[in-house]
Design a protein around this ligand. Structure first.
Ligand SMILES: *Cc1c(COP(=O)(O)O)cnc(C)c1O
Ligand code: SF4
Length: 351
């Protein structure tokens, strides 16, 4: 663990007793630890606010436990699974949604028997097209281990896509070596990488090199960010972040509303604020630069896009709302049938 200058040693000890703490030299070089409003410091330096847990905050905020057929696998949607191969990260984000289940002291990597059982589960379910490596941060694994995972997954005929979700390209970019990039390619499947970053300032020179190595290595890149109060909850910061992704060849994918993880209320904005920010972004950014604003519904109900207020259906037809807020009728002769379909979908009979 690196020294954390902003907190008195005693305070740090209180937080660290409860949640994992680690910061990398790369991140330290990008932050001003003495500035409480520094967007990098706020994400990684522990704060006493973390010891304030609200009643609605829960250990498993997105309900992974409800869809956990074997250790390491979360199977909520038929065509894709999460594969948590490791429960550690090189750094620990203070807002982490899995903060109760990850850390250096936890059972880090899946034990060999559990690893084989997870692969057997995927092999036994031909509907699984896509395997999403998450954790923890799977890029903390040794490239040799990553190559084994890629190869074993790609050898399963129905697995077409292996997607790695990682924060390492910005938090610990030195890990992204040519050997690591090679380890992502398994014969018979396509590798994708989702890069997690929350502020344009995370893209320092080392991160830029790491991301270029992935892109030059033939890996398609998408982004993943969390809307965080005091870090990126303003149009200027979010626009700069999305533009930085695109400049680094990363297609903006998801902007997550923060989950109800314990001791993270100081990071959460209201959903209405998030929607207003998205509307402002839509007036500013190109289509290429736009992410989708997502909420993982507490209790294991999955992710939904929050920005769907551009469409309204009624007996009289469909209305669409443009970027200025004006409503327009849309000629739709089958409106009653669509309303019935919408009702069925909302009642949960759609799938
Ligand atoms: C987020 C998540 C996925 C991936 O969702 P996409 O919308 O495909 O990015 C898959 N399974 C679970 C359980 C998830 O929480
Ligand atoms: S990298 Fe991801 S899993 Fe690791 S601490 Fe940050 S949010 Fe949590």
């Amino acid at each position: 663990m690196t020294i954390v200058p902003r907190l008195a040693a005693q305070d740090l000890e209180h937080v660290a007793r409860r949640y994992a703490v680690a910061v990398s030299p790369t991140l330290l070089s990008l932050m001003d630890p003495a500035d409480p409003r520094d967007p990098i410091a706020r994400q990684f330096l522990p704060s006493l606010a973390e010891l304030n847990t609200l009643p609605q905050e829960i250990a498993d905020p997105i309900g992974d436990g409800a869809h956990n057929p074997v250790p390491g696998i979360v199977h909520r949607h038929p065509g894709r699974v999460l594969f948590k191969a490791v429960a550690a990260c090189p750094v620990y984000c203070r807002f982490c949604f899995r903060r109760e289940s990850i850390g250096p002291g936890k059972d880090n990597a899946l034990a060999p028997a559990a690893f084989e059982a997870a692969l057997a589960y995927i092999a036994a379910h031909p509907e699984i097209r896509e395997v999403i490596l998450t954790g923890g941060d799977p890029f903390i694994l040794a490239p040799r281990r990553m190559a084994e995972i890629s190869g074993r997954l790609a050898a399963i005929p129905h697995v077409k896509i292996v997607r790695w979700h990682t924060r390492v390209p910005v938090t610990d970019p030195g890990r992204v070596t040519d050997e690591l990039v090679a380890a992502l390619h398994g014969a018979g499947a396509t590798a994708w990488v989702a890069v997690h970053a929350n502020h344009a300032r995370e893209f320092g020179p080392d991160a830029a090199r790491a991301i270029a190595r992935l892109a030059d290595g033939g890996i398609p890149l998408v982004s993943q960010s969390v809307l965080l109060k005091g870090v990126n909850d303003d149009v200027v910061s979010l626009a700069a972040l999305m533009r930085a992704f695109v400049e680094h060849r990363i297609k903006p994918y998801y902007l997550h509303h923060p989950d109800l993880a314990p001791g993270t209320s100081h990071f959460r904005t209201a959903i209405a604020e998030g929607l207003a920010l998205m509307a402002a972004l839509r007036r500013t950014l190109s289509g290429l630069e736009m992410p989708a604003y997502m909420l993982d519904i507490p209790g294991g109900f999955g992710k939904v896009p929050l920005e769907s207020d551009h469409l309204e259906m009624s007996e009289n037809g469909i209305r669409v709302r443009d970027m200025t807020g004006a409503w327009h009728d849309y000629p739709e002769p089958d409106a009653p049938a669509l309303i019935a379909l919408d009702g069925r979908l909302k009642a949960g009979h759609g799938e």
